[in-house]
Structure formats: structure tokens, C-alpha cells
Unconditional design. Structure first.
Length: 368
């Protein structure tokens, strides 16, 4: 008898879990996605957690492991027949506006490289030398380059994972799901039953669980991103993490993604704020003045999920062990999300799992 597994949420966690679960023939898997406010599709995909100066050691351990996992994920996608991979290690430049901050960052990176070999080569670039990497760059700031930093097209990764999932016999349903009694799900006037359930609905997890009497420590954060199509030879440019919260993420053929915003007071609003979009572009123009010659080609909006202590959580519910949850990934969801989805899939399949996830238990964040 095949296991019936339902996944609610087609973002980075749900899509990765569906891909890995679908490789095992003993499962019937259904992925339900509302298509609403997907944070993955509205994220700037720089994968470089090692130079973060956040002090929480559990957060760093998870995101560093998440970055390492991309090497395995890309190898698994290649073996599944994917030719154009959405992730590439082109390096990451992390900018600081003061020399002493740059030196402090460099020392932190050297220390962390002892444990995280994936960081690769570390180089301090003064403002006069940055043109070697990005000819169009003009700035008074210096930066640390880590050669192991990666860039990810999150939307392309979701499309690939879901395509492979369907090829393996998985089912995707587009609609809003609600939980019923006796391990049932209602979606589009259908009732589905499950043996295992994964709730990977991000900022919308409270809407799913609160009708059943749970209190969920999740808050929404709005993120907006813009894209510009240029004539720049950006194929091998490193990603740029500017001093502040804006990133410039180069893709092939001159496409640049700029963002994303972090708006804590907008709730679940998904409208584009044209003024804020222009302000983010202006910030990028301060580093790459030639951007002023190119119009904005695309904007994206999504909703991130945050907990009150800014740590993510994932695992199964104490009172419903067949129900798995993952949320609170915040702005590092692209970094840690695939690793979390893979872990949940392995635990459902009763396969070995080497990572200690106890610091990320849902028990502190979901109460009844």
C-alpha cells in the first residue's frame, strides 16, 4: 500500500520535498499550491551565509549547511537530466562603507573558513580594484570577495523541481487548501486523505492551523524586487551584497535583479510600491551608474515568514506526528529551504538524517 503524502505550499521547501519524495515509488504525492505571494519567486538569490554577522549560532549552522547542500542538489538535478542548472558559484562581493568594518568582515570570514571550506578564496578589494570584477562598478566602498558565493534563480529552481516531480508521477493542484478532520484536506471542492502531511505554506501557516485551535508565532514581511535588462557582460559577475539590505544579483545576458525590500508593516499586501522600486534602483545606480540608461523590465512581490526571535522552525507537530511544518525562514529561505525540504523528505521516508534539528523544533512556535 503506497503512502499518501500531501504537501501544502509550492515554495522552496515544499517543492524540494516533493522532488525528493517522488524519487521513491512507495509514495503517492500531491502538491497543493495557491500561487499566492510566493517568497521564493520574489527573492534575490545570493547564497552566501558565511559572511553574515548575525550572532545566532544555530541560525548560522543551518544556513551554512543549506549553502553546502546546493552542491548535492545540483548533482541530483544533473542526474535527473537537467542541463541548465539554476545555481552557479560566481562568487559574492560583500561591501562595507568603512575600512575597519571591511577588515572585521575579512577576519570573520577567515575564521569561518576553517569549518566551511566552501567559502573558497577570500580577497579584499579596495574601491580602485573592483573594476577588475565588474567594469561598470563605481563606488567609494571596498568589498570582501568570497569565491564560493553562489547565485540562484529561485523561480527557475521551483519550475525545475516541480517539472521533475510531475514527471515522476506527482500531482499538482492549484488552489487554497484547508485542513479537515481525520487526516483530510479540502481543496477546490475535493476531499483528499493523507498518511503524511507537510505544511510548507510560509507566512500563510497561521491561516491553515489557527482554525484548528493552534497559535502560530509567524509574522509576514513584504519583499519587493526589480529586474533590469542591460547590455552588460554580466555572465560571470559576482553577486553584490551592498552595505544595507539591497543586493544586486547578476544573471546571464545582462539581466540584473535588484532588491529585495524588507517591509514589516505591510502585512500580506502584494501590490507593487512604485516609489520604493525606484528608490531601490537609485541605490543600485549609486554603485553602477550606467543602470540609469535602462528601464525596469520586471517587478516581483512576495511575503516572507518571520518568527518573533527570527529563527526558522521545522519538524512534526507533537500532537499530530504525521503533520510536518516548516516556516519562519525569513530572508534566508533560499539558502536553508532546500536543505530543510530534503530533511523532511528523508524523515518521512525513514532514512538517515545527520543534522540535529532540535534547536528548530516547532514546539516553541506552535501552541494549542
Amino acid at each position: 500500500m503506497k503512502k499518501e503524502i500531501i504537501i501544502i505550499g509550492g515554495g522552496i521547501v515544499g517543492s524540494t520535498a516533493s522532488f525528493y519524495l517522488s524519487r521513491y515509488a512507495e509514495c503517492n504525492i500531491t502538491l497543493i499550491d495557491s500561487g499566492q505571494g510566493n517568497a521564493t519567486r520574489a527573492a534575490a538569490g545570493i547564497i552566501c551565509p558565511w559572511l553574515s554577522q548575525r550572532r545566532n549560532k544555530d541560525w548560522y549552522r543551518l544556513t551554512a549547511q543549506g549553502a553546502n547542500f546546493y552542491l548535492q542538489l545540483m548533482e541530483d538535478l544533473k542526474q535527473a537530466g537537467v542541463d541548465e542548472l539554476p545555481y552557479r558559484q560566481t562568487g559574492t562581493l560583500v561591501f562595507k562603507n568603512q575600512p575597519h568594518l571591511l577588515e572585521k568582515l575579512y577576519r570573520l570570514a577567515l575564521e569561518r573558513r576553517r569549518e566551511a571550506k566552501m567559502i573558497g578564496e577570500l580577497t579584499i578589494y579596495e574601491k580602485n580594484n573592483l573594476g577588475q570584477l565588474i567594469p561598470e562598478l563605481e563606488t567609494d566602498q571596498g568589498a570582501v570577495l568570497t569565491s564560493g558565493g553562489g547565485r540562484l534563480d529561485g523561480a527557475a529552481l521551483l519550475d525545475i523541481l516541480q517539472k521533475l516531480f510531475v514527471q515522476k508521477g506527482g500531482t499538482i493542484i492549484h488552489g487554497h487548501a484547508s485542513l479537515g478532520k481525520h487526516q483530510t484536506i479540502q481543496v477546490n471542492e475535493q476531499e483528499l486523505t493523507y498518511d503524511q502531511l507537510i505544511l510548507a505554506s510560509g507566512a500563510w501557516l497561521p491561516q491553515i492551523l489557527e482554525p484548528l485551535g493552534y497559535k502560530v508565532d509567524i509574522k509576514p514581511q513584504k519583499g519587493q524586487l526589480l529586474e533590469v535588462e542591460t547590455d552588460f557582460s554580466s555572465d560571470k559577475w559576482p553577486g553584490c551584497m551592498l552595505h544595507g539590505e539591497i543586493d544586486i544579483l547578476p544573471f546571464d545576458q545582462g539581466r540584473l535583479a535588484i532588491g529585495a525590500s524588507h517591509e514589516n508593516d505591510k502585512g500580506y499586501d502584494l501590490t507593487v510600491d512604485s516609489q520604493l522600486i525606484e528608490e531601490m534602483k537609485e541605490t543600485a545606480i549609486q554603485f553602477i551608474p550606467a543602470l540609469k540608461n535602462y528601464p525596469i523590465s520586471k517587478t516581483r512581490v512576495g511575503t516572507r515568514a518571520y518568527t518573533s526571535d527570527f529563527l526558522p522552525f521545522y519538524g512534526n507537530l507533537n500532537d499530530q506526528p504525521s503533520t510536518w511544518v516548516a516556516s519562519g525562514l525569513g530572508s534566508s529561505g533560499l539558502t536553508s529551504g532546500p536543505f530543510i525540504g530534503w530533511q523532511i523528505a528523508r524523515e518521512i521516508l525513514e532514512l538517515e538524517n545527520f543534522f540535529d534539528r532540535r534547536p528548530f523544533s516547532p514546539d516553541r512556535y506552535i501552541k494549542k
